[in-house]
Design a protein around this ligand. Structure first.
Ligand code: F6P
Length: 346
């Protein structure tokens, strides 16, 4: 459900309507919602400490939007976020909350927050998190700023999302290992990575892992063409092949594709689904730094009339994008990377 109509140009420049939003902020909540991503803890830490430094009272809300209804509120101080910058997962835990996706549910949540004296929120998550936040901002006096936490990197308005770099490196380590065994047996391996609607992880891992092909939601390759490409590459002397498959790819179910190719090529094919492995683990330096910058910038945004916006980093600069745009606009895949991938498989 899309709870908020996109803002007009006038609304965008003026910021969301006041209705109590111009009162000084005293107490804010921080939550993580949707699929967890490595680096969320670094972002919680940054938002908490930056908020405290600005004289705000900071409340950690457990289990995403669900924690508002459950009143799972934790008073945060700078020690509450000690020793977490290096940890995967999220100390605030997460959920996907259907109730918050309805206007009635959001009105109830806004009432609970107001009763607690919480007038601002930092939400760390992906598209679903942003859509809920857009509704809350439009329908209540609660001010909200978002930070992009998802391994999928499918958020418009930021070059990278928090967790993407770690997920790519985790998948890459697995692919390097798979290459060893694939080579030993002259096999074709189909390695499924996450990405329900986006091929970002597959493309990045495909280039870094020297994959022969990637199957992604943004483009479709029929299994016969894929078989032909692989046949040619084996004819050129390759001993093994790795095909990186995004879970939401257009070609079909990974096991079905592998069966088809095995039948057509008379070559041994194997499937390896990396799944939730990619969601855990210590965040890379790149993710920790990104999360720290975005968590701090989210607090600045909350104090600076940027309610209704998601923070991101584009070309090294902090940028703010309205929630609806950040959640719904499709971030295009880098076509230069796609071409690079094709050339390098020769
Ligand atoms: O957070 C995004 C994502 O990692 C997708 O790539 C994947 O499809 C989805 O989460 C799976 O999430 P869950 O198993 O938590 O529903």
């Amino acid at each position: 459900m899309a709870p908020k109509k996109p803002q007009s140009e006038k609304e965008k420049s003026a910021g969301p309507s006041p209705r109590g939003k111009n009162k000084p902020l005293k107490k804010i909540g921080v939550l993580t919602s949707g699929g967890d991503a490595p680096g969320m803890n670094a972002c919680i830490r940054a938002a908490t400490r930056a908020g405290l430094a600005k004289g705000l009272e900071v409340i950690g809300i457990m289990r995403g939007y669900s924690g508002i209804y459950e009143k799972q509120f934790i008073e945060m101080n700078s020690r509450s976020v000690a020793n977490i910058v290096q940890r995967g997962g999220t100390i605030l835990e997460s959920s996907r909350c259907d109730e918050f996706m309805t206007a009635g549910g959001r009105a109830k949540a806004a009432g609970i927050l107001q009763n607690e004296g919480i007038s601002g929120l930092i939400v760390i998550g992906g598209n679903g998190t942003y859509l809920g936040a857009a509704g809350l901002c439009a329908e209540s006096p609660i001010r909200v700023v978002g930070a992009p936490g998802t391994i999928d990197n499918d958020i418009y308005g930021t070059d990278f999302t928090i967790g993407f770099d770690t997920a790519v490196n985790t998948a890459l380590e697995a692919i390097d290992r798979i290459r060893d065994t694939a080579d030993a047996f002259h096999r074709v391996f189909f390695v499924e990575v996450m990405g329900r609607k986006s091929g970002y992880i597959a493309l990045e891992v495909g280039i870094a892992g020297g994959a022969e092909e990637i199957l992604i939601p943004e483009q479709s390759i029929d299994p016969e063409t894929l078989s032909q490409t692989l046949r040619e590459s084996f004819a050129r002397g390759k001993r093994s092949s790795i095909i990186v498959v995004a879970e939401g790819n257009e070609t079909g179910h990974t096991i079905e594709i592998a069966r088809y190719v095995q039948y057509r090529l008379k070559l041994d094919c194997r499937v390896c689904v990396l799944g939730h492995l990619q969601r855990g683990g210590a965040p890379t330096a790149k993710d920790r730094v990104l999360a720290s910058r975005l968590g701090t910038a989210a607090i600045d945004g909350l104090l600076d009339e940027k309610s209704g916006y998601a923070v991101g980093e584009i070309g090294g600069q902090i940028m703010f994008t309205p929630f609806a745009e950040a959640a719904e606009k499709k971030k295009p895949l880098n076509t230069y990377s796609l071409n690079t991938m094709k050339v390098l498989t020769l």
